[in-house]
Design a protein around this ligand. Structure first.
Ligand SMILES: Nc1ncnc2c1ncn2[C@@H]1O[C@H](COP(=O)(O)OP(=O)(O)OP(=O)(O)O)[C@@H](O)[C@H]1O
Length: 575
């Protein structure tokens, strides 16, 4: 029930447009009943060879209802579809905004394909809720009441027959359908989601699948899922076919019963013969409003299942809840970490253990250490992607938690090894950092990131498309785009997360040179495996299994001959 109410809530002010569509839908059916009744009267009347003037009202009626039906049908379709597609747009934006609050920590719980399926397929399924679930019962009720009032003019027995037929078709058949199809809607939505998730995964990992010779196995898995989906779909179609056939049987039986009662009334003179066809066709055409009800049950179940999945995602509590206390980042952008401990999940071992360090405003630090030491975790906590419970992080003089996470992220520029490249041009990928940047600003950034030369040798210059995940560019070129973004953003605190990983030594050297220029005068945290060339960094912290075990300048650490010294020597020998 709450899901139903929440879906209504999402409608917001669109309910008015949807109500208007329902209103047009009602008049479409009414026009059809009018058309059938007027035509039946006209044909039956014409058989008695009256003067044309006696038939003129019926002729005008046929014309009027014929045109009205077409106009109302058009308006109903136009208004309802327009409103529904706008509404789906609103639902997608709402869902995306909720996802943003959950990223990245909570989103790890779903496969990207599942999220894609939710935002595309489940939202699409909700269309049925707004189009085929909400209005039809009301339209059917109003039409049946109106038709009963009309039939009561002739004989109450027609009213009883119509009500019985309508109850059978509009209430009992849907109830029976809902019992038979109980779990089918849920199964259908789940199978569709699994299919989409699998497809997305396969496309995303197509290179790895091909490299490891697993494409055939993957294709087989997709074929199995497809078979499962087809089986469920054919069950749904079969059942819908049976329900449709039963529905038609009820309609025709009702008309047959009406005639069965009406013919003796005509014989006994209680009903004028000219109205026999009018009564029968009025009853038949009124069922146009009742016929969709058995399927409404199926669409209701399907949209509830889709909505349940959507709400299950958006109702996850974000890992970081803003406890905004009106504090805005000021001029003091020093970062002080005091006794910070962090674990990803309760009952798991701490990944960061009692860490303390300070980065003064405008100074630079490097956090180095072996793989798995917790370097990236520290960064995620600083960027407010994960919540910390033990210890303190101060930005200026205030606890990081007291700032709005949006404000925190606004003062950071991040250059990471995994900076996402959108499948767009180089220019668009850079402008992501500041879409309204002036041409002069943009040109300067290109020069500083040493991209201007790169762009010259590319066939379409800055308009070259970078391809999926930027794979059409070299690693160095991708990193330069990430640096250009950071330059354009021009935020006061710079985070460099393994900015040169995977690059050859020459490119690495060149990129580090560019980054050193970028670091000048900015509070910088550099996370790196690369221990050589850290002489310009003010302080180096050596992290091992979540603990800071050494700190100092490069010179001091080398003199100490501890872990840094060993790793440094090892890397230098390898190079
Ligand atoms: N989302 C997560 N959930 C649970 N544990 C995680 C998560 N992310 C990382 N970890 C664990 O935290 C530990 C530290 O990982 P982290 O990525 O911070 O190390 P790192 O020093 O950055 O390593 P690398 O240099 O290889 O990137 C690892 O044991 C890792 O398995």
């Amino acid at each position: 029930m709450t899901i139903f109410l929440r879906l209504l809530q999402i409608m917001g002010s669109s309910w008015r447009t949807m109500a208007m569509a329902g209103f047009f839908g009602f008049f479409t059916v009414v026009s059809n009943i009018g058309l059938m009744a007027a035509s039946a009267y006209l044909i039956s009347g014409a058989a008695l060879h009256p003067s044309i003037t006696e038939l003129s009202v019926a002729i005008v009626g046929v014309r009027f209802f014929g045109i009205a039906r077409a106009v109302f049908r058009y308006l109903e379709r136009y208004v309802s579809h327009d409103a529904t597609f706008r509404l789906l747009g609103t639902v997608r934006v709402w869902f995306y905004t909720k996802l943003e609050g959950l990223a990245p920590a909570r989103l790890l719980e779903w496969r990207s394909g599942e999220l894609f399926s939710a935002i595309v397929s489940d939202v699409e399924t909700l269309k049925e809720f707004y189009l085929r679930v909400l209005a039809p019962p009301f339209i059917a009720l109003l039409v049946v009441i109106g038709t009963c009032l009309f039939l009561a003019q002739f004989d109450l027995i027609f009213v009883y027959v119509l009500v019985c037929g309508a109850m059978l078709l509009g209430v009992f058949l849907p109830l029976a359908a809902s019992i038979v199809q109980k779990s089918l809607a849920e199964e259908l939505v789940t199978a569709r989601m699994q299919m989409k998730a699998q497809l997305v995964d396969s496309i995303t990992g197509i290179v790895e699948l091909a490299a490891f010779g697993q494409t055939h196995r993957q294709a087989q898995h997709i074929a199995e899922l497809d078979e499962e989906l087809t089986e469920i779909q054919s069950k749904v179609v079969n059942q819908s076919g049976i329900i449709d056939a039963l529905g038609l049987f009820v309609v025709n039986s009702t008309v047959w019963l009406v005639l069965w009662f009406a013919i003796p009334l005509v014989h006994s003179g209680q009903l004028e013969g000219i109205y026999l066809a009018v009564v029968a066709l009025t009853v038949q055409s009124s069922f146009e409003a009742v016929m969709p009800l058995p399927l409404t049950v199926h669409f209701f179940a399907e949209s509830m299942a889709a909505a349940r999945r959507l709400f299950a995602i958006v109702d996850r509590v974000p890992t970081v809840l803003d406890r905004f206390e009106g504090i805005l980042p000021g001029a003091d952008l020093s970062i002080t970490v005091k006794n910070l401990s962090f674990r990803y999940h309760e009952n798991e071992a701490a990944v960061l253990r009692n860490i303390s360090f300070t980065v003064d405003s405008g100074k630079s630090v490097a956090i180095v250490g072996p793989s798995g030491a917790g370097k990236s975790t520290l960064l995620y906590v600083l960027l407010r992607f994960w919540e910390y419970e033990e210890g303190h992080i101060l930005l200026g003089n205030h606890e990081l938690k007291k700032y709005h996470s949006q404000d925190i992220r606004a003062i950071f520029s991040v250059v990471s090894q995994q900076s996402h490249m959108f499948n767009a041009s180089i220019r668009d990928n850079i402008l992501l950092a500041k879409p309204d940047a002036s041409e002069a600003e943009f040109e300067q950034v290109l020069i500083n990131a040493e991209l201007a030369e790169v762009a010259k040798i590319l066939p379409q210059g800055l308009d070259t498309m970078v391809g999926q995940n930027g794979y059409a560019l070299s690693g160095g070129q991708r990193q330069r785009i990430a640096i250009a973004r950071a330059l354009l953003r021009n935020a006061p605190i710079l985070i460099l997360d393994e900015p040169t990983v995977g690059l050859d030594s020459l490119t690495e050297e060149a990129i580090m040179e560019t980054l050193t220029k970028l670091m000048a005068g900015r509070t910088t945290i550099l996370i790196t495996h690369r221990l050589t060339g850290l002489s310009h960094v003010d302080t180096i912290f050596v992290l091992e299994t979540g603990k800071i075990i050494e700190q100092g300048t490069q010179e001091e650490l080398l003199k100490k001959e501890g872990l840094f010294y060993q790793l440094w020597n090892f890397q230098r020998d390898v190079v």
